[in-house]
Write a protein of this length. Structure first.
Length: 149
């Protein structure tokens, strides 16, 4: 009888441990600089990007779920990014010379963002034309509450 009671107690204890909630894992940081900017472009839209040199862009370099965003400049021709530069602390620019995994894939600009450049290191590089984001739409004006006049 004592053996049965001990076995039942053990079974109940194991069942309780098995049904206990596992500790929650912290969520990954999907709110990196790239996703924040991409959401803003999606929400507001962007004006078309004409050919020329733009010294007011953001260069986003992503690796997995990590992203780093840098001030930069780029050259645009026929709606495509042709060269990219990252701004250095002394105000000069250094050209990004990463080797693309696939040759001759153009970086087409759509809605103020370039298509990603996939590098041999599996990084993704985008150019964000932040000055081309459309202005925030005006909100609605609320009516006054009724009074007893």
């Amino acid at each position: 009888m004592k053996k049965i009671f001990t076995t039942l107690t053990l079974i109940i204890a194991l069942a309780a441990v098995g049904t206990a909630q596992a500790p929650t894992k912290p969520a990954t940081d999907d709110n990196n600089c790239y996703t924040k900017w991409a959401q803003k472009f999606q929400d507001r839209g962007a004006e078309d990007v004409a050919d020329g040199t733009y010294a007011d862009v953001i260069i986003s370099i992503r690796s997995g779920s990590d992203a780093e965003c840098y001030n930069g400049k780029c050259d645009v021709k026929d709606g495509k990014v042709t060269t990219m530069y990252i701004k250095l602390e002394d105000g000069t620019f250094e050209q990004i010379k990463r080797k693309a995994r696939y040759e001759n894939v153009p970086l087409i600009i759509t809605n103020g963002m370039s298509s990603p450049l996939l590098t041999m290191e599996s990084d993704l590089i985008n150019v964000l034309f932040v000055k081309k984001i459309k202005p925030k739409k005006a909100g609605f004006v609320k009516a006054a509450e009724p009074t007893d006049d």
